[in-house]
Design a protein around this ligand. Structure first.
Ligand code: LLP
Length: 426
């Protein structure tokens, strides 16, 4: 492959506004990478704000064009920081929250409570009460305890709560088993017979208003067929006012990945919806990963290069503390030396700094003459990285930096050693 073509292909995995300056270094949202590394240190999660906004509009406008009575809702577990909630609330999206913490963050960011969809397979009374008291528009019923508990809570608080019943349709998409949720045996939702039972019960409930049904079959799904089958499954449950079709569209992490586009996904689900769902129903979708993944770039500094045994280990100052996707789901990432992204070079194992053999960011990525001090950029890290970041080995969680039109600002600061000790009691 010609050098320039490899470089172009590599840059193509970065957010749409990414460029290369006169020295050949990456420029993210108009800001040279070395300026970002200098201002915020490494590791750092850089987010192209315009890329998230553009994606949100593609989802919202694309859905509305195909099915006007609809709403795109952001599955906030993919990136639960207030700046992201605020941005997506500004774009007019609803917000899906999984638990009291995400609910609190969404409210703090100014999200409209009526647009909140509250999930969880183990909602505590405290969380349900928080949702009811906040005026959350929708609570998704995952189990019969949710029904009992909500009815009990509503008896002492306000009048009515809108709910959806989550069904587990027995669909196993072709994705990593740890991110598949629609198969029978899943801990999420109710199998079809029990979902029907819950629906019947809710139809007789005084305080719970059954708005409809919900389905979510998995994440990082790279073809449209499982989504079509999910619509067929909810259509089979009967006629409702609302159908929430969940999230799950995959992102392009590597050159080889070819996920459907947002438009292909919407065409597929809305085509089947037009055949099978009532024409006056409201449709919700809950994309998480595909809303934010491609807007994020992780920056690291090379700490050591070790050759031997037929391997080149390039070790950086982050790893599974800020990106658990590889350890949990064997997600594959590409990477580049940020100041000279060629897409070529010797095959390297890009590894993290943590005491865990699985702490690998990329098992085989070409890097051109990697050296200590080089800046490494890993693209497509906007989803489920900040969300799953942790303090293993006493690592401080990285800052989140928004870039836009040549300007940059931290929206989450780096953790410090003081932060690490803050909850420890004498
Ligand atoms: N709706 C529900 C009810 C969900 O459980 C999820 C994701 C979504 C929507 C959004 O799915 P997405 O569009 O992001 O695929 N931690 C994993 C991913 C777990 C996804 C869990 N549910 C990871 O790091 O890959």
């Amino acid at each position: 492959m010609a050098a320039t073509q490899a470089a172009r292909e590599l840059v193509g995995l970065f957010p749409p506004g990414t460029g290369v300056d006169h020295s050949g270094a990456l420029v993210l949202g108009g800001v040279p990478v070395s300026e970002l590394a200098e201002a915020y240190g490494t590791p750092a999660l850089v987010v192209d704000e315009a890329a998230i906004r553009a994606r949100a509009r593609r989802y919202a406008d694309g859905l509305a064009a195909r099915w006007p009575n609809s709403r795109a809702t952001f599955a906030s577990k993919a990136f639960p920081c207030t700046a992201v909630y605020r941005l997506l609330a500004e774009e007019g999206l609803g917000i899906d929250v999984a638990g009291g913490g995400e609910l609190t963050l969404a409210l703090a960011a100014g999200a409209d409570p009526a647009g909140l969809v509250v999930h969880g397979n183990a909602k505590t009374d405290e969380e349900l009460r928080l949702a009811v008291e906040a005026g959350a528009g929708t609570v998704v019923i995952d189990n019969f305890d949710d029904i009992d508990n909500l009815e009990r809570i509503l008896a002492t608080t306000r009048g009515e709560q809108g709910v959806l019943v989550r069904v587990t349709p027995g669909i196993r998409p072709d994705t990593h088993e740890a991110v598949s949720t629609g198969q029978s045996g899943s801990k999420f939702g109710l199998p079809v017979p029990q979902a029907r039972e819950a629906i019947a019960r809710l139809r007789g409930s005084e305080r719970l208003r059954l708005d409809g049904v919900h389905v979510h079959v998995g994440s990082q799904i790279l073809d449209t067929e499982p989504f079509v089958r999910a619509v067929e499954a909810v259509a089979d449950l009967g006629e409702f006012a609302v159908y929430d079709l969940g999230g799950g569209l995959g992102s392009r992490y590597t050159y080889a990945d070819r996920p459907p586009t947002v438009e292909e996904y919407l065409d597929a689900v809305i085509d089947v919806a037009k055949r099978l769902l009532p024409a006056d129903a409201r449709i919700l979708i809950e994309p998480g990963r595909s809303m934010v993944a491609e807007a994020g770039v992780s920056l690291y500094r090379v700490v050591s290069v070790k050759r031997g045994d037929g391997h080149t280990f390039v070790a950086v100052d982050g790893g599974m503390g800020d990106n658990l996707e590889v350890s949990l789901y064997q997600q594959r990432f590409e990477a580049a030396i940020a100041t000279r992204p060629t897409g070529q070079g010797e095959p390297c194992r890009l590894v993290g700094r943590h005491c865990e053999s699985g702490d690998t960011l990329s098992a085989g990525v070409p890097l051109q003459d990697p050296r200590r001090g080089d800046l490494i950029a890993v693209p497509v890290t906007g989803a489920y990285t900040y969300a799953l970041s942790n303090n293993y080995n006493g690592a401080c969680r990285p800052p989140v930096v928004f870039v836009r039109g040549g300007a940059h600002r931290a929206v989450v600061r780096r953790e410090t050693y003081d932060d690490l000790m803050r909850r420890d009691l004498p």
